[in-house]
Design a protein around this ligand. Structure first.
Ligand SMILES: [Zn+2]
Length: 318
């Protein structure tokens, strides 16, 4: 009698972390997880997203296709693949009006601490900005959608939204070879307003994977969905305005004490320096990032680390 209950509970627990669709953890973090975009009015918006690039063999071709079709999309790039060599590709994404979010090829990232996740996202954003001159948007797509409570907490601390994809809107076609025709058929057949489509322009283990099928599938998908009345949007255009972060509007950090008085993160200040070093932060400290207010316990090493990385990444204000 007990065994089926244990098995069912175990299955729910596993699914909460790996389900390729909105599930338990996403429902618990409703504001921090996106698996489908909201739709208002009679339009038919749809969202193309590309994972695992930048891939020097496929991404430039894909960008040319999007330019030819006058379509904006969202790219989830893998940190390790953003290098001096590939930075012109990522720069081009920004220049041509696409949305650039962060992705990872690390499946077990879901086991890491919130501090690790927050540091990774902020360091990744800093690297992209250093190499391209543009800050990425605050969207993070975990590898294969593997997520966890700690990942949600880490992403929230860094001000990030976790992005999945919509049911059956991916370029995985059972256990069959991906061809442009099969992928396009699958995406078009399951298209609906607000859906987030995933196509892989790269591969998490092969930085230069042959993704010819992806470019060709994208061409078919655009043509067929356009004929069906769909319009194409990026996740940057459609999130709430206060989540749109671009280089000229970098977030400002405001650190306040219990009374709500602003504390300048002056490194000459003993109290703050000690806080940043992780010994003790200002009593009841909160970080008001103009994106969201994050309140955390005092004397938290994680908080101190976070303050340090946010202060390093953004301007501060009072
Ligand atoms: Zn991936």
């Amino acid at each position: 009698m007990l065994l089926p209950v244990v098995i069912a509970a175990g299955a729910v627990l596993v699914m909460a972390h790996v389900a390729p669709f909105r599930f338990l953890l996403d429902a618990m973090h409703r504001d921090a997880a996106v698996w489908r975009m909201p739709v208002s009015g009679a339009g038919k918006p749809i969202y193309l997203t590309f994972d695992d690039g930048p891939n020097p063999t496929a991404t430039p071709e894909l960008l040319s296709l999007l330019d030819e079709k006058n379509i904006k999309a969202t790219f989830f790039v893998i940190d390790e693949y953003v290098t001096e060599e590939t930075s012109p590709i990522v720069r081009r994404m920004f220049a041509e009006g696409h949305c650039v979010g962060q992705h990872t090829g690390r499946r077990w990232l879901s086991l890491r601490s919130p501090a690790h996740i927050a540091d990774m996202l902020l360091a990744g954003a800093q690297k992209i900005e250093r190499l391209t001159g543009h800050a990425p948007s605050r969207h993070f797509r975990p590898h294969a959608g593997w997520r966890s409570e700690t990942m949600f907490r880490g992403a929230a601390r860094a001000g990030y939204t976790i992005v999945g994809w919509s049911w059956m809107s991916w370029d995985w076609v059972g256990f069959r070879k991906r061809t442009s025709a099969r992928v396009a058929r699958q995406v078009v057949r399951h298209a609906a307003p607000g859906k987030i489509v995933v196509i892989h322009d790269g591969h998490h283990r092969n930085a230069r994977a042959d993704r010819t099928y992806a470019v060709e599938a994208t061409r078919r998908i655009i043509d067929e969905l356009r004929t069906a009345g769909y319009t194409f949007h990026t996740l940057c255009q459609s999130v709430a305005p206060d989540r749109q972060i671009s280089a000229p509007q970098r977030p400002k950090v405001r650190i306040t004490n219990d009374e709500g008085d602003c504390q300048r993160p002056d490194t000459r200040s003993d109290r703050l320096r000690r806080g940043i070093d992780g010994i003790a932060l200002l009593p009841g400290a909160a970080i008001d990032e103009n994106v969201r207010r994050v309140s955390m316990p005092t004397h938290s090493l994680e908080l101190a680390r976070l303050v340090k990385s946010i202060v390093a990444n953004a301007g501060t204000t009072c």
